[in-house]
Design a protein around this ligand. Structure first.
Ligand code: NAP
Length: 170
């Protein structure tokens, strides 16, 4: 199954200075738990921002000088990246950033989206064209966490959306 996973602020922001706009360790830990053992599809900018990139990660880029870490492979577009990720036999997660969500969402059967119920300053917006509002919600839970940059508590809504008719890769 192909799924996407990400987090977005109330004002639509998902990135700042090539990292997350917030510091919520529990939300990051949730992401890490969810994608453990999966094959990942990653945009080049997000890939370069990550300290640790697990094996069977497929990085979308047109660059010719990109250095691949062990177990990672460069792919030239979303479709070939998803095919290669599926060929590993593992669950496949699209982990962003914005440009990759925008290109890959039609293929995703699920979108695990954490809605962080506060505005954050940022420079990268979650793609507005993903029609999540039209997709059924399979599961949702809300949890309050300390956001460490502001020192304030924020509500995180962990939502599992199901896309009714994902596009086939054939
Ligand atoms: N909140 C979250 O859940 C979350 C998750 C992930 C990332 N982020 C944040 O999102 C921001 C990065 O997002 P972004 O959209 O700027 O960058 P990105 O999607 O991570 O990477 C963009 C790069 O991917 C390559 N690319 C994108 N679409 C392509 C396509 N269709 N075909 C071939 N290559 C393609 C290009 O690489 P080349 O230029 O090398 O060709 C492009 O410059 C960061 O702030 C990051 O921390 C947030």
């Amino acid at each position: 199954m192909i799924a996407a996973i990400g987090a977005v602020a109330a004002n639509g922001m998902l990135g700042l200075n090539n990292w997350l706009p917030w510091d919520i360790p529990e939300e990051l830990a949730y992401f890490e738990r969810m994608v453990e053992g999966a094959a990942l599809l990653i945009g080049r900018a997000t890939y370069e921002s990550m300290d640790v990139v697990p094996e069977d990660s497929f990085v979308i880029s047109h660059r010719t000088d990109l250095v691949m870490r062990p177990g990672c492979r460069q792919v030239e577009d979303v479709e070939s990246g998803l095919r290669s990720a599926l060929a590993t036999g593992k669950p496949v997660f699209v982990i962003g950033g914005a440009s990759i969500y925008a290109a890959a969402w039609p293929y995703c059967e699920r979108f695990y989206l954490t809605r962080i119920e506060r505005d954050f300053a940022g420079d990268t917006l979650f793609p507005a064209e993903i029609p999540l509002a039209e997709w059924p919600v399979l599961a949702e839970r809300t949890q309050s966490y300390l956001e460490k940059k502001s020192g304030e508590r924020v509500l995180c809504r962990f939502i599992e959306y199901k896309q009714p008719s994902p596009r086939s890769l054939a």
